[in-house]
Write a protein that binds this ligand. Structure first.
Ligand SMILES: [Zn+2]
Length: 792
């Protein structure tokens, strides 16, 4: 509605408007804009108030020398290790804690006993029932004992050290306390039965050829962190929360059947003895090739996987990995292997990018895996720091999902048996490789505590993955990162939402909460709140400050503000500590224009207004009898007022207007004569999470214009605000957040006047719901599984 007002009242009326909205009795004014204050830990000499490591920052270190054998027949790991543990803390330690993740799979372990479940009376698969029966997860064979068999814990002279096992943790009591700055050497011998691949490690068995691919991780007893935040970080492994680890140097000798091909964290030290002459020659070619070179061909892998060709001998592959927080490896006689060197350099040396996959992964794996590895190092390197390791590997594990370790990852994404694949399989596979290789940056190098804060690695990594996907293909169908993808989750009932700042082991909805929501929040920070330049600078500063160190959430929050000069406490509060969604409601728009006091303009407006109001229904119906009234029939009944035009401009009107203009300054005169339109927008913060207000004005002439106001617009009243906008053109349509930037969960109330959107529904027959062949199969574009041959 358009309203008129006098220009001199303009400022006064706005000042009154700003105060007019009442607040509910429980509402604490401006709560959402209060600083985080004591919610963050007090800064100290280890971690500064600016978010950087402090001058006395310290972290522990453990070096490992490990010998391990993979027994393919019994599917067993047998290992022994010598650990050198350096106490870099200022504290004396009477005991040390080691992690025993394999104990998650023990019969009465905490993994089994803390699992919940119920019987489904509508029916269950035998696997589900077995799972409930043994309480341990469906991939476990009830006849096999899983978990660590710790055979010996000894000091460096071979004397037994006393130890106590508490579920997935083991305490070793030291004969004399380990002083600050001192180190201790000790050894452990162990064995365990390998589980079927459960998403993080295990074997995948191929019934057709009788072979297994092994993905071996959290396979050796290793140091738990001891740090300035938690002391000993020995929160039990329940399966959902990942790992908290410390850096060290590794030397690992892996013994496998002689016909296996091994991939591992680190650089192989003895390719000269474990590879054939042909393989070595192909590897040499790969050093200068711009595309991946096949080191073990599909034909060779297919020959090796035949039962009659199985070897009886063993081979030992020796690896070295420096400054890593973990070590994993993969092994199989089914592996095809390709390699190239990326054009990303590490101290002037190129980095090896490699992939290992069975024929079941082709043709997708041969075409995309190694290239996706190289792309990831480049993309992530640009927004963080140069990839510091000599190798990056992608192995093909069972379909769906992926899992990351330093320099090596196990990734899904498998074509159909006929070699065709859906679009989802292809992009899912590339996406998972980018994601898992990207984890080298977060948390393998920016070494966060995954068991406590899943979002610190998953959220940051998913955000970088989203950017890397767009750099791979402009139209990449990314699953996470765009604000509109999180609105369904954010509009769920608040009782089923955990804040992002929740422990990884108890967070509800790990996927949306630790991956999608933080990734979206970072994307919004970059595009809408901070801007790309400020964000990219601060994000790089965080990654650089904390590479090869262990940051906490407050170190991240503080660094992002410290480096950008943007106060983000309200943002961390809303997005990371809260569960409220974004929902801005454009309640009303009031239209004002200045009363020019020019009689020529104003009297004409008044005339039209009066004429419109005179058109009532009775008058319309009586019009036919207009000539029958007394005044019409008897002219003596008319006087001056029957012909008087109150809207006619008189000399007196003109004089008054001249006098008025004489009182105005040139600036005021211009404002009055331009006939500017003023609009008061009334916007409600219905969702609770305050965000910038982005307004699109659609003008009468078909053009439009965008204005953005920072979230601080809500700082005096975070429930409802009014904002005045002036424009020379008339606005016919108002839209909030027209480019879907702020994850507004209800876009219906973003327009004024409201624009109704139809909800479309389909009528379908049951028969159409059957699984359709993928588009490659429908169009006969069968890729076929032609094996990779050596390429030059
Ligand atoms: Zn991840």
């Amino acid at each position: 509605m358009k309203q008129l007002f006098l220009p001199f009242l303009l400022l006064l009326s706005l000042a009154v408007n700003a105060q007019q909205f009442p607040t509910s009795p429980n509402y604490k004014a401006n709560d959402r804009f209060e600083q985080l204050g004591t919610v963050l830990p007090t800064p100290n000499t280890y971690r500064t108030a600016s978010g950087a490591p402090g001058k006395e920052y310290w972290q522990m270190r453990a070096d490992y020398d490990i010998k391990v054998e993979l027994d393919d027949e019994k599917r067993r790991i047998i290992g022994s290790e010598s650990i050198t543990f350096y106490n870099n803390s200022p504290d004396e330690l009477k005991y040390i804690w080691l992690q025993l993740e394999q104990n998650l799979f023990k019969k009465d372990g905490i993994g089994a006993t803390s699992r919940t479940g119920s019987i489904n009376e509508k029916g269950m698969s035998t696997g589900q029932l077995q799972n409930l029966n043994n309480g341990r997860g469906s991939s476990l064979d009830p006849k096999v004992e899983y978990g660590y068999e710790i055979q010996k814990v000894k000091d460096k002279t071979g004397n037994a050290l006393p130890f106590t096992i508490n579920n997935t943790m083991m305490r070793i009591d030291l004969p004399t306390p380990l002083k600050p700055g001192a180190s201790i050497v000790f050894g452990v011998e162990w064995a365990y039965n390998i589980t079927e691949y459960y998403g993080r490690s295990g074997y995948e068995f191929f019934p057709k050829d009788g072979n297994s691919n092994y993905f071996i991780a959290h396979w050796f007893p290793r140091l738990a962190p001891y740090d300035d935040v938690n002391g000993w970080n020995h929160k039990q492994f329940l399966g959902q929360g990942e790992f908290a680890l410390i850096f060290g140097n590794y030397k690992v000798a892996i013994t496998t059947p002689a016909d296996h091909i091994v991939a591992a964290s680190g650089e192989c030290q003895n390719y000269a003895t474990v590879l054939t002459a042909t393989q070595k020659q192909r590897l040499k070619q790969a050093e200068t090739s711009k595309t991946p070179v096949i080191i073990v061909t599909q034909a060779e892998a297919e020959k090796a996987e035949k039962r009659e060709n199985k070897s009886v001998g063993k081979k030992t592959w020796i690896y070295k990995a420096d400054n890593v927080r973990d070590f994993a490896f993969s092994s199989s006689r089914k592996f095809i292997w390709d390699a190239m060197q990326s054009d990303v350099y590490k101290n002037g040396k190129k980095i090896w990018c490699m992939s290992f996959y069975p024929k079941e992964g082709n043709p997708l794996w041969e075409q995309y895996s190694t290239r996706a590895v190289a792309h990831t190092l480049k993309s992530y390197g640009n927004r963080t720091f140069e990839y510091p390791y000599p190798v990056a590997i992608s192995c093909h594990s069972t379909s769906g999902g992926g899992m990351e370790y330093p320099m090596i990852s196990f990734n899904g994404g498998r074509p159909e048996e006929d070699g065709t694949y859906s679009e989802q399989t292809k992009y899912g596979m590339i996406g998972v490789i980018i994601h898992e290789v990207g984890h080298n940056f977060f948390p393998m190098i920016v070494n966060t505590d995954e068991r406590q804060w899943a979002w610190m690695d998953e959220g940051l990594n998913t955000f970088c993955q989203y950017l890397a996907e767009k750099e791979w293909d402009f139209n990449y169908p990314s699953r996470r990162g765009e604000p509109m993808f999180i609105t369904d989750y954010m509009s769920s009932d608040k009782s089923v939402l955990s804040p992002i700042m929740s422990s990884a082991e108890n967070v509800i909805g790990l996927g949306p909460n630790a991956y999608a929501k933080p990734a979206t929040a970072l994307n919004i920070l970059r595009e809408t709140v901070m801007g790309r330049e400020q964000f990219d600078h601060a994000f790089k500063e965080y990654a650089t400050r904390w590479r090869f160190k262990s940051p906490t959430p407050s170190d991240f929050f503080r660094t992002m503000e410290d480096a950008s000069g943007v106060d983000l406490d309200w943002f961390w509060k809303g997005w990371f500590y809260g569960v409220e969604p974004v929902d801005q409601d454009l309640v009303s728009v009031n239209w004002f224009s200045i009363d020019t006091q020019n009689p020529v303009i104003e009297k004409e407006i008044a005339r039209k207004d009066a004429a419109a109001k005179a058109k009532t229904i009775s008058k319309i119906r009586d019009a036919a009898d207009k000539s029958k009234t007394v005044v019409a029939q008897d002219s003596t009944m008319a006087d001056f007022y029957n012909s008087y035009d109150p809207y006619k401009v008189t000399d007196s009107d003109k004089q008054k207007y001249e006098q008025y203009l004489a009182t105005l300054s040139p600036g005021e005169k211009e404002l009055v004569q331009k006939n500017t339109n003023f609009y008061t927008l009334s916007i409600k913060n219905k969702g609770g999470l305050p965000m910038p207000v982005i307004v699109k004005m659609g003008f009468e002439d078909g053009t439009d214009s965008l204005v953005t106001f920072p979230a601080e617009i809500w700082r005096f009243n975070d429930q409802q605000i009014s904002k005045v906008l002036s424009t020379s053109k008339k606005v016919v349509q108002w839209t909030l957040d027209p480019y879907y930037q702020i994850a507004d969960i209800d876009t219906e109330n973003n327009s004024y006047p409201r624009v109704a959107k139809p909800t479309r529904f389909q009528i379908f027959k049951q028969s159409q719901m059957r699984r359709q062949p993928n588009p490659m199969q429908q169009q006969g574009a069968g890729a076929g599984k032609v094996g990779g041959e050596p390429k030059n």
